[in-house]
Design a protein around this ligand. Structure first.
Ligand code: ADP
Ligand code: MG
Length: 521
């Protein structure tokens, strides 16, 4: 896997304070927000969102797009932070020399940029290529932070692009800030359009060379795994004919193979391919009235010619959630959805049952593979047995829970024992918890996604039921904004150190050229 160092060298603990800006350039929208971190694991967030004009996605020059982004930041500041904005302009006008003037009131901004980036510092990274329908050739190879800063400066805004942020890292930081207790979060993971994870690694384990400056004192480095491309050679991943067809017909065959079995962009398509394959089989009667004992006899099942079943990528993954959530006898909600979004009218109960079972199999596999990714990080980092010093510590609540469950006693007693064990399990010691932040519509909305992830965690021998109980998984709400703000905060601290060195050099330079040659080199 890519295992990209992010130049973020620690996670927050909830005591961080300050007002920060964050912007997020995703595929369709540009979000600007300001985040007040209150220092008690809570925050206040103001945000605005604009659709990116289609013509700017294919603008002639990068300048056109980034000038638009800077303009949105200006509008946001004027609307929501008028006082600070006005004070800044006033100070600028009264400052004696432009260079000598230092503004303590400059906003630090975290820039979430969801396109492939070669990161070379906490606020430096060059665009590798555009995706998601963007195409502005002259931006490729340029530092996107510098491009944004240039347009911000052209508008004289009190804003400094302090950090370039990957959405997984943002999720990790946001969860770590808001999660209960003192435990720092280990992993931030996305299960949305795509899937990816970023986790806290020991700096000594990072073998990649790193060009930019970073704070080495924490001994840690957040790593962006890019796990979506795990096992592209399919040595261990399960593969069905439907997976093979999806990959063959995709724009990037052989790439992102893990992601193609997990994320929202693909699950609907796997379902579509499985359904259409079944529809072609003469001995299977799907969406055909034959064998429909429970059908509505007054109408015939018909498939609309323009049904999205016949169009690649057209089936949205949200139908999997609807199928899972409908446990009624007549599957009414699901049959309505089949009519509405698959264009099949008067589907029988058996049809709906078939859709439900296939959708269930597709999503359950996705969730269990997601659990495998989480489990791999937990095992690799050794977070479940931190004090591996050889000295046996006091028995953990989780271990006692296991002991109780393993007692061989009569059924009635064991039922009570299990209850006791569950209560004990809920009371897992705060410092035995491994905290994980997740984000994305799939994990948020698919019913039971977390339960299936947990099933997978339990069957890993290195984790087991006892370890699984100690893993806490929480949604990182507003992750991209809050996470970007927190990374901007980390960056601002580093910046202060560098400024100090810069000042020292400048002062030494004044002392005289010859004398300081050795000191400044
Ligand atoms: P992004 O990845 O762009 O940040 P999201 O986290 O909202 O956005 O993920 C969007 C993806 O999730 C889409 O592929 C969509 O099909 C899928 N999705 C949206 N709602 C649901 C749902 N209720 N159940 C399952 N998948 C969903
Ligand atoms: Mg997202």
């Amino acid at each position: 896997m890519s295992q990209i160092p992010t130049y973020v060298t620690g996670v927050p603990n909830g005591t961080e304070k300050g007002l920060y800006l964050a912007v997020d350039l995703g595929g369709t929208n540009f979000r600007v927000c300001s985040i007040q971190l209150n220092g008690d694991t809570t925050f206040n967030l103001i945000q605005s969102k604009v659709a990116i004009p289609k013509e700017l996605m294919v603008a002639k020059t990068a300048k056109e797009l980034f000038a638009f982004l800077a303009k949105q930041i200006e509008l946001f500041l004027k609307t929501h932070h008028e006082d600070r904005f006005a004070a800044h302009i006033r100070r600028r006008q009264t400052a004696s020399t432009p260079e000598g003037y230092r503004d303590e009131h400059i906003f630090r901004l975290g820039f979430t940029f969801s396109f492939p980036i070669h990161q070379i510092g906490i606020n430096r990274g060059t665009l590798m290529r555009w995706t998601k329908g963007f195409d502005i050739p002259d931006a490729v190879g340029q530092d996107v932070c510098a491009l944004l800063q240039k347009e911000i400066d052209a508008l004289h805004l009190p804003v400094r692009v302090a950090a370039l942020v990957n959405d997984t890292v943002g999720t990790l930081m946001a969860r770590s800030y808001t999660s209960p207790g003192k435990t720092g979060t280990l992993l931030g993971a996305i299960f949305g359009t795509g899937t990816n994870g970023a986790y806290v690694e020991k700096l000594s384990a990072v073998t990649k060379s790193m060009e930019g400056d970073f704070d080495k004192s924490t001994g840690e480095m957040v790593i962006n795994t890019e796990w979506g491309s795990f096992d592209n050679n399919l040595k261990v991943l399960p593969t069905t004919p439907y997976d093979a067809q999806l990959d063959r017909d995709s724009v990037n065959p052989g790439i992102q193979m893990f992601e193609k079995r997990i994320s929202g962009m693909f699950l609907g398509e796997i379902l579509r391919i499985a359904l259409t394959t079944m529809m072609k089989k003469p001995d299977v009667s799907l969406f055909a009235d034959a064998n429909s004992s429970h059908n509505d006899y007054r109408s015939t099942t018909t498939i609309d010619e323009t049904s999205c079943l016949f169009t690649q990528w057209a089936v949205d993954s949200s139908i999997l959630s609807i199928a899972e959530a409908d446990n009624s006898v007549g599957l009414r909600a699901l049959r309505q959805e089949i009519e509405k979004s698959l264009g099949v009218s008067a589907a029988s109960i058996e049809d709906a049952q078939a859709v439900k079972e296939i959708a269930h199999a597709v999503a359950k596999r996705a969730a269990r593979l997601s659990g495998a990714a989480i489990g791999a990080i937990v095992i690799h980092t050794g977070r479940l047995n931190p004090g591996a010093s050889g000295v046996p510590g006091p028995k953990s609540a989780a271990a006692i829970t296991e002991d109780i469950k393993n007692l061989k006693i009569s059924e009635a007693v064991s039922a009570t024992a299990n209850k006791l064990a569950d209560t004990a399990g809920l009371a897992v010691n705060e410092d035995e918890i491994v905290d994980i932040g997740v984000d994305g519509s799939l994990v948020e909305f698919y019913p039971g996604f977390e339960d299936y992830m947990r099933d997978a965690l339990r069957i890993l021998p290195e984790i087991g039921a006892a370890g699984e109980r100690r893993i806490r998984i929480g949604i990182a709400k507003d992750g991209s904004g809050v996470g970007a703000a927190l990374i901007a905060l980390v960056a601002a601290k580093m910046e202060a150190k560098q400024d100090y060195l810069g000042d020292l050099r400048a002062r030494l330079a004044e002392v005289g050229e010859e004398e300081n040659e050795s000191a400044t080199s």
